[in-house]
Design a protein around this ligand. Structure first.
Ligand code: ADP
Ligand code: MG
Length: 312
C-alpha cells in the first residue's frame, strides 16, 4: 500500500458517511432505479450498497479501482458540462485504499458477472458470479489507518452523518426507490415517487410536509424551489443541480430574504450545467458559480412576491 494512496483517500474518505455518499452517487450514475444501503456499527464494520444499475463489465472491474480511471470524462468539455455525479475516478480507488472491498457486479449486456475482493487496494481474488446490478461491500473501514479511525466522532455522530447523507440523495432523486438498514433495523424504505414534495413527505413524515410553504421562481435556465417550514427548524439543505452542497452564502441570503431567525428550509437550485463548477475539492460539496448574483436576485425576488406570509 502506498503513502500516496492513503493521502488521496484522506481527501475523499473523511468518514463512513463519505463512503455512503460516493457509493450512492455511483449507483445513481449507473442508472439505478433502486438503491439499498446496509450499515453495521456506524459504518466502521460494514457499508453495503446494492443497486440495480447497468453494472460493470468483467473486463472493466479492475480498471474501476485504479486512480483517475473514470469512465465519466470523455473530453475537456465534459469537465464543465458534467451531468453525472462522479468524474474524477477517485472514489473507488480511495475507498479501497483504506478498507476491504468486495464487489459483485454484472453488466447488463453480459451473461456472467464477477465477484472481486480487494484488501487495502490490492487485488486478492476474482471469480465469476451471476448477479444483477452492483453490490459493493466495504468492511473494516480505516483498518490500516488507525489515526484516521481514532479521529472519528462517536458512533452516534457518525450514524447521524450517514443518515443525513442518505436522506439528501433520497430528496434529490424522488424517481429512485431507497432503503436504509442500520444494524439490521430498517430506518427508511421508500418507493419511487414523482415529485420532490412527495419525497419530503416520505422522508420526514406527513406532519412536516403538510406544514411546508413552497415557493418557486425561475428565470432563463435558472430555477429556485424552496420548501420552508417550522418542522425544519435549525436545518438548511441546499441542492445545486441535484447535488447536496455547502453554500453558506445561499443559506444566509434565504434567511435574510425571508427574515428567518434561523434556517428552516430545503432549497433546490437549478442552473445551466456549464455555470456551476464542482471541480473544487474531491468531496464535490463546494461549487463555484459563474453568476452567483443571479441566484441571489431570484431568492430576494421570490421573498418579495409574498412578503408578509412568510415572516413567522
Ligand atoms: P467516478 O464516479 O468519478 O467515475 P469512481 O471511482 O466513483 O469514479 O468509479 C469508477 C468507475 O466505476 C465509474 O466511472 C463507473 O464506470 C464504475 N462504477 C462504480 N460504481 C458503479 C456502480 N454502482 N455501477 C456501475 N458502475 C460503477
Ligand atoms: Mg463516483
Amino acid at each position: 500500500e502506498s503513502i500516496v494512496g492513503k493521502i488521496a483517500a484522506g481527501e475523499v474518505v473523511e468518514r463512513p458517511a463519505s463512503v455512503v455518499k460516493e457509493l450512492i452517487e455511483n449507483s445513481i450514475d449507473a442508472g439505478a432505479n433502486s438503491i439499498s444501503v446496509y450499515i453495521k456499527k456506524s459504518g466502521i464494520a460494514e457499508i453495503k450498497v446494492i443497486d440495480d444499475g447497468e453494472g460493470i463489465a468483467s473486463e472493466d472491474v479492475l480498471t474501476a479501482f485504479q486512480r483517475h480511471a473514470t469512465s465519466k470524462i470523455k473530453d475537456d468539455r465534459d469537465l464543465i458540462r458534467i451531468s453525472s455525479l462522479g468524474f474524477r475516478g477517485e472514489a473507488l480507488y480511495s475507498i479501497a485504499q483504506v478498507s476491504k472491498i468486495k464487489i459483485i457486479t454484472q453488466h447488463i449486456t453480459e451473461n456472467t458477472g464477477t465477484e472481486t475482493y480487494f484488501v487495502a487496494g490490492s487485488l486478492k481474488w476474482q471469480k465469476p458470479a451471476v448477479t444483477r446490478g452492483t453490490t459493493i461491500e466495504v468492511s473494516e473501514l480505516f483498518f490500516n489507518t488507525p489515526v484516521r479511525r481514532k479521529f472519528l466522532k462517536s458512533p452516534y455522530t457518525e450514524k447521524a452523518h450517514i443518515i443525513e447523507t442518505f436522506q439528501n440523495y433520497c430528496l434529490a432523486y424522488p424517481e429512485i426507490s431507497f432503503s436504509l438498514f442500520i444494524d439490521d433495523e430498517e430506518i427508511l424504505n421508500i418507493p419511487e415517487t414523482d415529485s420532490i414534495y412527495k419525497r419530503i413527505w416520505q422522508v420526514f413524515g406527513v406532519e412536516l410536509a403538510e406544514n411546508l410553504k413552497i415557493k418557486t421562481i425561475s428565470k432563463d435556465d435558472y430555477r429556485v424551489e424552496l420548501f420552508l417550514g417550522d418542522g425544519l427548524k435549525g436545518k438548511s439543505k441546499v441542492f445545486l443541480n441535484r447535488r447536496p452542497v455547502k453554500e453558506q452564502s445561499i443559506v444566509g441570503n434565504i434567511c435574510k430574504a425571508f427574515q428567518l431567525m434561523q434556517p428552516q428550509f430545503i432549497v433546490f437550485i437549478t442552473v445551466p450545467p456549464e455555470e456551476a463548477d464542482f471541480n473544487v475539492h474531491p468531496a464535490k460539496t463546494q461549487v463555484r458559480f459563474c453568476n452567483p448574483q443571479k441566484i441571489h436576485q431570484l431568492i430576494f425576488r421570490m421573498a418579495e412576491a409574498e412578503p408578509s406570509s412568510l415572516s413567522s
